[in-house]
Design a protein around this ligand. Structure first.
Ligand code: ATP
Length: 610
């Protein structure tokens, strides 16, 4: 198998080293000092043993009356000093390594978070990207520190092995070569194995994600209700186990081959050690080397072999890590359609409106057009409703209008400025959106509302006004810590809300942002009739002066709109006032014409203000 160790592997190592350095130059240097000290220690300790044995054997040749203990004691003191130094270097070194490793992990997490928050939104809706993401995120949890520890350890073992190797080399060069020669197949095999393991992991990514998905189905709250109602527990447990057994089976087969191959190499090494020990013992008996030197060589061989093994293991796992690092680098450099926002400010106030000019769109992985040649103008200050059957493309229209996606064909212009050229912060400041699948945030009620516009300071008055407009003020005041109560059920002391109450929080969030454009995708789907009626009564007041787009299936909500646009089969088929569309008896009439007035209008609000 071609190993292609050269360029890419070194590129990955270089990237890893750069990460280690950039994470903290200071700690990298301190670490290096400790590594060198610890690397040299084993040889110093062996040297002291040799001196000790030589002192003792020399003393043994003298009559007892002439023996002095001064030399032996001095060597023993030196041994003590080196042991102490070794212990201090070891524990301080561990602290330094831990500290540096934390820095490295923080640095890597920062790289990931920067990427996940800036990457194009389409990334999260594309299964192929999900694989890359999964691999990178999974590995990023432990690979960086493993690479780091691997490098530190490798350097340390390299220093020790070089010094011990020099010692063996000083005796017989061919002994040294024989040791290295026997180890080469082991190195080679480990590299081959690492590549195989890497390939297997890449092949298994999709299944690993499916496994994680089954695990989520079985363990998290979102699924817990339906899992019990429909009794899916056994079914998904079986699927989980079957999939896991398959995946682990393939991995284990590879590990078994690795273990067998390593056993053969270990046998070769054992033979070599027996030969080496016999050779040294015979050389000592022949008077070629002293007893102290013999002991030192025995220990050097024994320790050197241990360090060499350790070094090889580190080398091959570093190689394996470097391959996995590829996933991470791939993720950092993944090419998604560039989401390039310009630096132009959002027009303030909008005078001409937001124009969809022959806009067509399809998702990267979708088969046909989801929106086809749509042209319309959202006039300044008007409320436009968007209607259409399920799958007609309404939410997609919202994603385009809010800047999450760009048209594949055509343009979206805000007062003549292309949406893509507008600065992201300015866009966020001026356009607030509630999506159909709005999110629940387990932070305080106050912050839940403030999240609608974090560019502005958290002004209590404005938060309260947004809550009043969305009809949650009374509810929030009644919570144990009022607006400071944490919402949700993830953390202790939180208060859970109902679905409709969460939707009202989402509305409050979007009202808090007093930008010029407000987009509401199914804003009343979970609201009770009275709350909906209040919202409708006061909607004009709440959005006064703002340009609004409302997506809704409810005729009651549509009454709020100045005009209504109808999407059908990806195309804009009608646009006009409610009365115009009804009179026309076209697509809108077909959908809503038969709706009884009682279905269409919610009960009148009993009191003013939401
Ligand atoms: N991320 C996506 N990737 C690929 N296709 C998608 C994606 N999101 C939506 N679609 C497809 O685009 C079409 C329009 O979806 P969209 O969600 O815009 O419809 P909608 O009008 O909002 O429907 P509903 O009333 O059910 O909410 C659908 O056929 C859907 O399958």
């Amino acid at each position: 198998m071609p190993l292609n160790l050269s360029r890419t592997t070194f590129l990955y190592f270089r990237t890893a080293l750069q990460m280690v350095w950039h994470s903290s130059p200071g700690w990298t240097l301190v670490n290096l000092v400790f590594v060198m000290v610890r690397g040299a220690m084993p040889l110093l300790l062996l040297y002291v043993v040799r001196l000790l044995v030589d002192e003792v054997t020399h003393a043994l040749t003298l009559p007892v009356s002439e023996r002095t203990y001064h030399g032996v004691v001095m060597v023993a003191v030196w041994a003590g000093i080196f042991f102490l130094l070794n212990a201090v270097a070891s524990s301080l070194g561990a602290l330094v390594r831990e500290k540096h490793s934390h820095r490295l992990n923080d640095y890597i997490q920062k790289l990931i978070h920067e990427r996940t928050t800036r990457i194009h939104y389409s990334f999260f809706e594309n299964p192929e990207y999900q694989d890359t993401y999964y691999r990178a995120i999974n590995d990023a949890n432990f690979r960086p520190s493993r690479i780091f520890y691997g490098m530190v350890g490798l350097l340390q073992s390299l220093i020790t092995v070089t010094l011990l190797g020099g010692l063996i080399l000083s005796l017989k060069w061919w002994v040294f070569l024989a040791v290295v020669g026997v180890l080469l197949p082991l190195v080679w095999y480990r590299i081959v194995f690492s590549r195989k393991l890497f390939r297997l992991h890449r092949q298994q990514t999709e299944d690993e994600r499916r496994l994680a998905y089954y695990n989520r189905l079985l363990t998290v709250k979102e699924f817990a209700k339906e899992l019990r109602i429909f009794q899916w527990g056994e079914l998904f447990m079986q699927r989980f186990l079957a999939l896991r057994q398959g995946l682990r089976g393939e991995q284990f087969a590879l590990l078994r081959t690795k273990a067998l191959s390593e056993l053969v190499v270990q046998l070769l090494m054992t033979v070599l050690i027996v030969l080496f020990y016999s050779f040294i013992a015979i050389e000592t008996l022949r008077g070629e080397i002293g007893a102290g030197y013999m002991v030192m060589l025995f220990l050097a061989m024994q320790r050197g072999y241990g360090y060499l093994q350790e070094m090889l293991t580190r080398m091959s796992s570093l190689y394996e890590d470097s391959l996995f690092l590829r996933n991470f680098i791939e993720f950092l450099h993944i090419e998604v359609p560039e989401q390039q926002y310009g630096t132009t400010d959002f027009p303030c106030p909008i005078t001409k409106g937001i124009v969809f000019e022959n806009v067509s769109f399809r998702y990267p992985q979708s088969r046909g057009w989801v929106l086809c040649d749509v042209s319309l103008t959202l006039r300044p200050g008007e409320t436009l409703a968007l209607v259409g059957a399920n799958g007609a493309g309404k939410s997609t229209f919202v994603k385009l209008l809010s800047g999450l996606y760009e048209p594949v064909e055509g343009r979206i212009l805000v007062d003549g400025i292309e949406m893509a050229h507008i600065d992201r912060q300015a866009l966020a400041r001026q356009v607030s959106v509630i999506f159909q699948d709005f999110m629940l945030y387990n932070v305080s009620a106050r912050e839940n509302i403030w999240l609608g516009n974090v560019v502005d300071d958290l002004h209590d008055d404005r938060v309260r006004q947004a809550a009043v407009n969305a009809g949650v003020d009374a509810l929030l005041k009644g919570l144990p810590k009022g607006y400071d109560t944490r919402l949700g059920n993830l953390f202790k002391g939180s208060e859970e809300l109902s679905q409709g109450e969460w939707q009202r929080m989402a509305l409050a969030r979007s009202f808090f942002n007093d930008g010029q454009v407000i987009i509401l995708d199914e804003p009343t789907s979970s609201l009770d009739a009275i709350t909906e009626a209040r919202l409708i009564d006061h909607f004009k007041e709440i959005v006064s002066g703002r340009t609004a787009l409302i997506v809704s299936h409810r005729l009651s909500t549509l009454h709020l709109a100045d005009r209504i646009a109808v999407l059908e089969d990806s195309r804009l088929v009608e646009i006009g006032t409610h009365d115009e569309l009804m009179a026309r008896q076209g697509a809108f009439y077909r959908i809503f014409g038969s709706t009884k007035p009682s279905d269409s209008k919610p009960p009148k609000s009993p009191e003013g203000g939401l």
